[in-house]
Design a protein around this ligand. Structure first.
Ligand SMILES: NC(=O)C1=CN([C@@H]2O[C@H](COP(=O)(O)OP(=O)(O)OC[C@H]3O[C@@H](n4cnc5c(N)ncnc54)[C@H](O)[C@@H]3O)[C@@H](O)[C@H]2O)C=CC1
Ligand SMILES: O=C(O)[C@@H]1CCC=N1
Length: 275
C-alpha cells in the first residue's frame, strides 16, 4: 500500500487517467483528493473511484503532501495565483501537468520559493503504460523529486529532463503522441471498411495490430526500420503500401506535425510568460 497523500486540482481527462492508474498500482483512494469546479465531475470520480472530493481547491492543499495541477493551460494562471498563499504557507510540492506552461510562469504565479515539478504525462497512464518526462526547479529537494517521480512512475515510465526546453519536444512526441496513433487507427479502420470488412472485424484487427507492433518494438532489440523491413517482402503487399505512404510524403508529414506541436508548446509558453 502506498501512503503519500496526493491532491489533484482539476478532475478531467488527464487527472482521471492518472488517478485510475494510481489506484490500479496500489494507491488507496482514501489518500487521493480531487477538486473541480464541476460538481458532476466530482460525483463521477467519487462514484467510480471512491476518492475524496471537494469543490474548494484550498481544501485539497490542506489535506495533501503533493498538489497536482491538472486544469487546462488557459485556466492555470488564475488557479495557481488563487492557491499561491496556501501553497507557500504549507510549503507544498506542486506538480504541473499543463502543456506549454513553463517554470518561469509557474514560479511567478505560485511564488519564487515554491518547489515545482513540471511534467508532461500522457493518457495511457489510465492503463499503466503512460510515458512522462519531468523537470524540477531548483527548490525541489531530492525527496520531493522522488515523490513526484513515484507518482508518475506508478502509471508508466518516468524520465527526468535537465533542460526544460526538452519538454516542448516531449509534448510533441509522447504528450500528444497517443492521438497520432489513434488517427492512424481511425484511418486504417475506415480503409478496412472500404475494403469490405465489417466494423467489428476492422476494429479488432486494427487494435490488435497496433498492440502487436508496439509490443514487438518494445521487446525486440531491432529498430523500427529493421522491424518494418521484416514485414516487407520484396515485391509484396507491404512494399506497395509503404511506397504509397512515402509517395504521399508520410515521413515529411509526420516531421511537420511534430514540429508544429513543438512550436505550439513554445508559443503557448511565451504567451503565458507575457500575460
Ligand atoms: N489530455 C491529454 O492527453 C493531456 C493533457 N495534459 C494537460 O493536462 C491538463 C488537463 O487536461 P485535460 O485533463 O485534458 O483537461 P479537462 O478539461 O478534461 O480537465 C480539466 C478539469 O479542470 C476543471 N477546472 C476548470 N477550472 C477549475 C478550477 N478553477 N478549479 C478546479 N478545477 C477546475 C474542469 O472542470 C475540468 O474537469 C492540461 O493542462 C493539459 O495541457 C498533459 C498531457 C496529456
Ligand atoms: O493537446 C494538448 O495541448 C495536450 C497536451 C498534450 C496532449 N494534450
Amino acid at each position: 500500500m502506498k501512503t503519500n497523500k496526493i491532491g489533484f486540482i482539476g478532475g478531467g481527462n488527464m487527472a482521471s487517467s492518472l488517478i485510475s492508474g494510481l489506484i490500479a498500482s496500489g494507491h488507496v483512494p482514501e489518500q487521493i483528493w480531487v477538486s473541480d469546479i464541476s460538481p458532476d465531475t466530482l460525483t463521477a470520480l467519487k462514484t467510480q473511484l471512491n476518492v475524496n472530493t471537494s469543490v474548494n481547491n484550498d481544501d485539497i492543499i490542506n489535506a495533501v503532501d503533493v498538489v497536482v495541477l491538472a486544469v487546462k493551460p488557459q485556466t492555470l494562471s488564475a488557479v495557481a495565483q488563487s492557491i499561491a498563499a496556501q501553497v507557500q504557507q504549507k510549503k507544498s510540492l506542486v506538480v504541473s501537468i499543463a502543456a506549454g506552461i513553463n517554470q518561469n510562469s509557474l514560479s511567478r504565479w505560485l511564488g519564487a520559493d515554491t518547489a515545482i515539478v513540471r511534467c508532461m504525462p500522457n493518457t495511457p497512464a489510465l492503463v499503466l503504460t503512460g510515458a512522462t518526462a519531468l523537470h524540477a526547479n531548483d527548490k525541489v529537494t531530492g525527496e520531493q523529486r522522488d515523490l513526484a517521480e513515484n507518482i508518475l512512475r506508478s502509471v508508466g515510465i518516468a524520465l527526468w529532463v535537465e533542460d526544460e526546453a526538452e519538454l516542448d519536444a516531449v509534448t510533441a512526441v509522447s504528450g500528444s503522441g497517443p492521438a497520432y496513433y489513434f488517427l492512424l487507427m481511425e484511418a486504417m479502420e475506415k480503409a478496412a471498411l472500404e475494403l469490405g470488412l465489417s466494423q467489428e472485424t476492422a476494429r479488432l484487427l486494427v487494435q490488435q495490430t497496433a498492440l502487436g507492433a508496439a509490443k514487438i518494438a518494445l521487446e525486440s532489440a531491432e529498430s523500427p526500420e529493421q522491424l518494418r523491413k521484416r514485414v516487407t517482402s520484396p515485391g509484396g503487399t507491404t512494399q506497395r503500401a509503404i511506397e504509397t505512404f512515402e509517395q504521399g510524403g508520410f515521413t515529411e508529414l509526420v516531421s511537420k506535425a511534430l514540429h508544429a506541436a513543438r512550436d505550439r508548446s513554445i508559443e503557448m509558453s511565451k504567451q503565458m510568460e507575457n500575460s
